[in-house]
Design a protein around this ligand. Structure first.
Ligand SMILES: Cc1cc2nc3c(=O)[nH]c(=O)nc-3n(C[C@H](O)[C@H](O)[C@H](O)COP(=O)(O)OP(=O)(O)OC[C@H]3O[C@@H](n4cnc5c(N)ncnc54)[C@H](O)[C@@H]3O)c2cc1C
Length: 859
């Protein structure tokens, strides 16, 4: 056995398909001083018994893109390593059992267009030509994916490892990393029985043991293993002609309704199941002595799935079962991989929770290697980033969500669906009041958030659908109440990052792309990475202590990105305090989470409501007194104010695009403030509104949102935020914020694509039928996001979000198209967006539909 080196640039812990891929991609990116440690033999976790199936299709187009990369990689990998991956691209038929599933397939098909995927919607009869043993009456249509198939999991893992070794990396088998310790100099000691390796970076690819590796460093990763079964039949002579006609390997099928998948294997068939009565494995701790073992099959648990299989594919009823494989593999609460740098632990990376290692492993390895070597994953990995989970993802939460996710593995996810497991978790103090008002709840970053308020006497439940739901008319009323009077919405779910200390202003000036406002003011501020890509869009507010002038900065942003931004802020604080970086003095940073509660009032009567409750706060103590007129309290002002007995921070800003205020108070005062505002608002007909109405009103204004319009793959120039990027200080000198040079260059070159707002010419009710003729015209539906945008008969871009702007009475979409197509000189009307299979004419809108001059907001 070769000696273990004492140091390396990077140590990868775990030799499953994911660890091997990470190692391979690191060497490709030039990091060859890399060592992989495997406790036993390569593949000795989940990988060795995987069924080897691979698919390019995924509900999240960004994950689909990485899956496509993985599948396409295998040919090159085989050539490079000389090791066979056993690739069989048989193609796959995705079978829809009802109209909703067909909508989902249509959506996935359309989304695939701008990824260059060549899927095809086919009829049941065409599906039966590919899978001759299916019973047509159980299905309504299908999607054909020519790129699906299966591989040899062990071959793939060894091919990655061999190619990495050839490039200079080392692979040490039978080497258990039993501890990982951060040293005072920031490097990591990976401790094994064969010695300790000191490294700059280590990657936790521990698969079934990733939780245990995380615990070595004091973190609890939100992953849990589930038992998973598939069975192999004896040879089935009847399928021989089908095998011969398809080159020997048949064609794969996914039966979504039956929650089963099937393909040919060794002259027989393979049937995999996602049972409803699913079972977690090793809930608390994965035993280190678990090796390449199988779990005992549980035929009783399989029985309901087998019954469906016998009905949908009767050939199974007469086939002898050769073997049942039962093995564990890990899932995250939402079923996506968990990858990226760990918050607050520089050099600690994870790539785990990869539940489809053979489809996703390559893409995960590539983005990890990009991220580690350049600081940017190079793909949109928002949906896989470990930072999407926070401290609320305890093991019990993870268990509930993973079980929900497993049992729904092939179920349809509707765009307006809120899954019930592990809820409610965090609730704000006014939860009961909003619940009494018939709130329909959603959950965001662990916090219950009111989506809309159902009418009295009706069940507070939203019908899940790809079309318009029962929320439509009620949300219209909420919007109307805000636009014509005043509404109140809870904003506790926003992220609130607080910075104080003598170095805080300089730090924020380095981290944010806009100038940091003077005390009492707010500014919109994008945040960029070193490549000038958008990694945050915030409202930054400055408050000064009335006695000593010490500044407090509140950086308000997207709630779901709280952990993502916290990670970046902590990283920047550490590096700037370490190297001076223009940041003198200490910075105290704290994400306030649910410690600070928010309520916002908006609409033309909002000022009257505020005036009715504001007390005589002395202007000398930083307040405005009771004068909240525009002269005394202008758009983007922020002040401490006493509202009744409640000391609050009040900012004149709102996402509704109307007159409005956000009020922030300690959580213990939120109920008091809520009652006060509701009482004061009564004469003005104040009405509660939720996130759905807020979303509708942002379309009136063409305001983008984080995670849809604003993501780390866009620049400010593309996304319309360039006017909030200040290259110079107010004295004209150059600013030195992160991403400045890239932003300046992008501005000088002009963007290649631009974010635009569109309205559907049909108002939301299509007049054409879908490609496959199964979507009838006349059923109202709006753009959901990720649909292809056509221009001049070609797909030129994609929608980022869509919905109905009730006040403007327009079905809206936002999306990116080439800059030339976005140019006002280009006619606005040659565009189409493909919604649920129907290409619907849309018109580009070059100015907001509501209040284009902004007088309502500013006046
Ligand atoms: C029955 C079954 C069928 C499946 N079918 C498919 C399929 O058809 N398609 C598909 O894509 N996926 C399938 N999967 C899932 C697939 O197996 C996983 O996605 C994949 O194996 C995850 O790989 P990994 O490298 O993350 O983890 P693992 O394979 O668990 O690898 C982790 C490795 O790390 C090592 N390790 C852990 N801790 C340490 C340590 N401290 N020191 C040293 N070494 C350590 C372990 O020994 C292990 O070898 C299936 C899984 C099962 C159980």
């Amino acid at each position: 056995m070769a000696d273990l080196p004492e140091s390396a640039q990077v140590v990868v812990i775990g030799g499953g398909v994911v660890g091997a891929s990470v190692l391979y991609h690191l060497t490709k990116a030039g990091w060859t001083d890399a060592i992989l440690l495997e406790r036993r033999e390569l593949t000795a976790g989940s990988t060795w018994h995987a069924a080897g199936g691979m698919h390019t299709l995924n509900g999240d187009p960004n994950v689909a893109a990485l899956q496509r990369y993985t599948v396409q990689l295998y040919e090159d990998l085989e050539k490079e390593s000389g090791v066979s991956c056993g690739v069989h691209l048989t193609g796959e038929v995705m079978l829809a059992d009802d109209a909703d599933r067909m909508d989902w397939l249509r959506m996935a098909h359309a989304r695939g267009r701008y990824l260059g995927m060549e899927t095809e919607l086919i009829s049941v009869a065409e599906a039966a030509e590919k899978i001759p043993f299916l019973v047509e009456e159980h299905f309504v249509g299908a999607l054909w994916d020519p790129v699906g198939g299966h591989v040899d999991p062990s071959g793939v893992t060894h091919a990655y490892a061999t190619a990495a070794r050839m490039a200079g990396a080392q692979v040490h088998r039978n080497t258990w990393a039993h501890d990982v310790v951060q040293r005072p100099d920031g490097l990591w000691d990976v401790v094994t029985e064969r010695g300790t390796i000191t490294c700059e970076h280590f990657v936790n690819c521990g698969g079934l043991w990733a939780r245990e590796v995380g615990r070595m460093c004091g973190i609890e990763l939100p992953i849990l293993a589930m038992e998973h079964m598939y069975l192999l039949t004896e040879e089935i002579p009847e399928i021989r002609p089908w095998l011969d006609a398809t080159g020997g390997y048949g064609i794969g099928a996914v039966d979504f309704g039956g929650e089963i998948y099937t393909r040919a294997e060794a002259g027989g068939l393979l049937l995999g199941t996602y049972e409803q009565a699913c079972v977690p494995w090793s809930e608390r701790e994965t035993p280190w002595d678990f090796g390449s073992q199988l779990l005992a099959p549980d035929l009783e648990r399989l029985a309901p799935s087998l019954a469906v299989a016998f009905e949908h594919f009767p050939i199974y009823a007469d086939a002898g079962i050769r073997q049942v494989i039962n093995g564990p593999f890990t899932f995250a609460p939402d079923g996506n991989p968990v990858i990226g740098p760990v918050r607050g632990q520089r050099g600690h990376w994870v790539a785990c929770g990869v539940m489809a290692g053979l489809s996703q492993g390559g893409g995960v390895g590539l983005s990890m290697a990009n991220w580690m070597t350049t600081g940017d994953p190079g793909f949109d990995v928002w949906g896989m980033d470990v930072a999407r989970f926070g401290d609320w993802t305890t093991p019990s939460y993870t268990r509930a969500k993973v079980m929900e996710n497993y049992s729904r593995r092939f179920s349809i996810s509707f765009p307006n669906e809120e899954l019930p497991a592990a809820r409610p978790l965090h609730t704000s103090p006014i939860y009961d009041r909003l619940d009494d008002a018939n709130a329909v709840w959603g959950s965001s970053y662990g916090l219950e958030t009111a989506l809309w308020f159902q009418q009295d006497g009706a069940e507070p439940i939203e019908d899940v659908t790809y079309h318009r739901s029962n929320a439509f008319d009620v949300v219209a009323e909420e919007v109307h109440a805000v636009r014509t009077g005043v509404g109140l919405i809870e904003t506790t779910g926003f992220a609130k990052h607080q910075f104080t200390g003598p170095g805080a202003r300089a730090l924020l000036d380095r981290v944010l792309a806009n100038r940091i406002p003077a005390p009492g003011r707010m500014a919109l501020a994008p945040m960029l990475n070193h490549d000038g890509k958008l990694i945050g869009d915030f409202t930054v507010a400055t408050l000064a202590d009335p006695f000593d002038g010490a500044e407090t900065f509140l950086v308000l942003g997207s709630g779901v990105a709280e952990g993502y931004h916290e990670r970046w802020f902590r990283e920047q604080i550490a590096s700037h305090l370490a190297d001076g970086g223009g940041c003198d003095g200490d910075v105290n940073y704290r994400p306030l989470g649910t410690e600070l509660a928010g309520l916002s009032i908006a609409g033309p009567k909002a000022r009257d409501v505020l005036a009715a409750v504001v007390g005589p706060t002395s202007p000398s103590s930083g307040g405005t007194g009771s004068d909240v007129s525009t002269d005394a309290f202008a758009f983007r002002d922020i002040q401490r104010m006493d509202l009744g007995m409640v000391p609050a921070i009040v900012g004149r800003i709102t996402f509704t695009g109307d007159l409005g205020y956000e009020c922030w108070v300690p959580t213990s005062l939120q109920q008091r403030l809520f009652d006060l505002l509701m009482e004061a608002g009564e004469p003005y007909g104040i009405r509660l509104f939720g996130l759905r109405a807020l979303d509708s009103m942002r379309f009136d204004k063409g305001f983008g949102g984080w995670a849809s319009e604003f993501r780390p793959i866009y620049t400010p120039a593309e996304s319309g935020l360039d006017s909030f990027v200040a290259l110079t200080s107010s004295d004209g000198s150059d600013r030195n914020f992160i991403g400045r040079d890239a932003a300046a260059a992008a501005r000088a070159a002009g963007p290649e694509r631009r974010l635009c707002t569109f309205t559907l010419d049909d108002g939301g009710t299509p007049t054409g039928n879908s490609d496959d003729g199964t979507t009838e015209s006349g059923t109202a539906s709006d753009v959901l996001g990720d649909e292809p945008i056509w221009h001049g008969g070609e797909v030129v871009g994609w929608a980022t979000s869509g919905g109905y702007a009730h006040w403007s009475q327009a079905s809206c979409a936002m999306g990116y198209v080439p800059a030339a197509a976005a140019d006002p000189a280009t006619p606005p009307d040659a565009f189409e967006i493909e919604v649920l299979g129907v290409r619907r004419p849309v018109t580009r809108r070059d100015e907001p539909l509501f209040d284009p001059t902004g007088i309502r907001m500013r006046g």
